[in-house]
Design a protein around this ligand. Structure first.
Ligand SMILES: CC(C)(COP(=O)(O)OP(=O)(O)OC[C@H]1O[C@@H](n2cnc3c(N)ncnc32)[C@H](O)[C@@H]1OP(=O)(O)O)[C@@H](O)C(=O)NCCC(=O)NCCS
Length: 209
């Protein structure tokens, strides 16, 4: 059935979500809400984020906000107020049939999610990243472009695995970490914070992300 979609967030991430929604092809109307003035003529911004209640009965929602904590806040508020939130999966993502995925996730082009893995609420699986077998990805995690998780990796809520990170098999990374671009994680990370390098080492408290 054709539905009307509201995408919250009209930045670059929102436009990738739009492209995926168009490719899925189920939506007869795709509108944006964003607090910033968006000049891009390719998209239709109909109001601010706080305008969402007027669309709750007529539209379904996707939250296209890159910041994990902001995405969690908005998605939680939407849900509490009765909004239906969907996931968007690019047709060129390869997802094993037994993978379990919650709502509000986006899975981008060129990704692979292998057998036995579970993906939490509001997760971003960004372009060209891979998640191998039996991984557990928490809520509001971002697996950024070209990052690779080997088998049986566990990632805690709101952790940001940046571009090009590699995590070897059987590793646990706790919640609210940032793993800097290009890092290689070879030991469990059990304390929140920022980790960079090869092998990844703690750098400083992660206040801003
Ligand atoms: C790790 C990261 C979050 C740190 O950001 P930051 O705290 O603003 O760090 P800064 O840019 O101030 O750099 C601080 C120092 O760390 C170094 N550094 C930064 N990122 C690094 C990384 N990924 N690996 C190794 N060193 C890094 C900088 O060279 C700098 O070194 P210096 O003090 O010797 O000059 C950021 O650099 C990063 O990797 N971002 C990737 C974001 C991403 O993947 N985006 C994709 C979205 S799809």
């Amino acid at each position: 059935m054709s539905e009307s979609l509201i995408i919250i967030g009209a930045g670059g991430h929102g436009r990738v979500a739009l492209d995926i929604a168009k490719k899925i092809g189920n939506f007869h109307e795709i509108l944006f809400l964003d607090d910033a003035e968006i000049m891009d003529k390719g998209i239709t911004v109909v109001g601010k984020v706080s305008d969402y209640p007027q669309y709750v009965k007529s539209h379904i929602f996707f939250v296209a906000i890159g910041n994990n904590f902001t995405r969690r806040k908005i998605q939680t508020e939407l849900r509490v107020n009765g909004a239906k939130i969907i996931s968007l999966v690019h047709p060129d993502a390869v997802i094993c049939e037994d993978v379990q995925m919650s709502d509000g996730c986006i899975v981008m082009a060129g990704t692979v999610i292998n057998t036995g893995s579970t993906i939490g609420d509001g997760v971003i699986i960004n372009t060209g990243s891979t998640i191998d077998h039996d991984c557990i990805i928490g809520n509001y995690v971002h697996i950024s472009i070209g990052a690779h998780l080997a088998g049986s990796v566990e990632i805690g809520d709101c952790t940001f695995v940046c571009a090009g990170v590699t995590v070897i098999n059987n590793i646990r990374i706790c919640e609210e970490c940032t793993i800097g671009a290009g890092a290689v994680v070879v030991d469990d990370i059990l304390t929140k914070g920022l980790y960079i390098g090869m092998p990844a080492k703690y750098r400083e408290k992660n206040e801003s992300l």
